[in-house]
Write a protein that binds this ligand. Sequence first.
Ligand SMILES: C[S@@+](CC[C@H](N)C(=O)[O-])C[C@H]1O[C@@H](n2cnc3c(N)ncnc32)[C@H](O)[C@@H]1O
Length: 210
Amino acid sequence: MLPVYQDAYGQAMLDHLLGDVGDVSVERDDGYLEGDVGMDVYFSSANDWSAHTRKAMKLVQGRVLDIGCGLGGWRDAMRRHCPDAVYTGVDASPELCRRYGWRQGTVSGFRSRSSFDLVVCRSVLQYLPADEVRRGVENLACLCRGAAYIELVSREDWERNCDRTATDGAIYRRSAAWYRRTVGRCFTNCGGGVFLPKDSDVVLYELEKL
Ligand SMILES: C[S@@+](CC[C@H](N)C(=O)[O-])C[C@H]1O[C@@H](n2cnc3c(N)ncnc32)[C@H](O)[C@@H]1O
C-alpha cells in the first residue's frame, strides 16, 4: 500500500480541493521531470462529460468497481443516472481513501470475494510502471465478470490526439501498440474503451471486436 509520504497525487488533489492552486511538479524515479501540472481536469463535473458518455451511464447495472477512482466522479454520475447500480471505489491514495471512504488498494493488488459487472479503470494505467500495468490488467480481468471500461493516454494520444492544455502529461508515454498487447492478453477490445475478459461467454460478431 502507498505510504502517506509517497502520496503526492492524493495530496495535490486535496490541496486543490481546499483552494490551493499552487504549482505542482512531478519528479519520477525514472528521471522524468515536469513542472506546472494542472489539477483542474480531475474536478470537472459529470455534467461536463460528453453527451454519449452521459447516455451510456444510463445503461450501467449491477456491481461496479471503479479502480483508481480519485475523487469519485463516476460515483456521482452513477447516483444520478443509474441509482440501482452498486458502486465500489478503490484508490491507492490513503489521503483520498480517508477523505472519501474508498477502499484502499491498487490495480494489481485489490482483491474481492465477488466479481463485478463493470470494472472502470479511467486515467490510471498511464501513471504506473510497466510491471504494475501488466499485473494490474491481469487482476482487472479476474475481478471482472461483465465488461471493463479502460481509458488511458498513450504516447500517440499525447502526440496527436489530446488537448495538452487539459491533459496531464506527467505519464509514462508508452505506445498504443504496447497497451494493445498488454491489455489484449486478458481482454478482447470491443472499441470505445469497452473490453470483455478473454473467458467471457458473450458472443461477439467479428466486426464487433478490434
Ligand atoms: C488521474 S487520477 C484518475 C482518477 C479517476 N479515475 C478519474 O478518472 O477522475 C489517478 C488516480 O489513480 C490513483 N492511483 C495511483 N496509482 C494507483 C494504483 N497503483 N492503483 C490504484 N490507484 C492508483 C491515484 O491516487 C489517483 O486517484
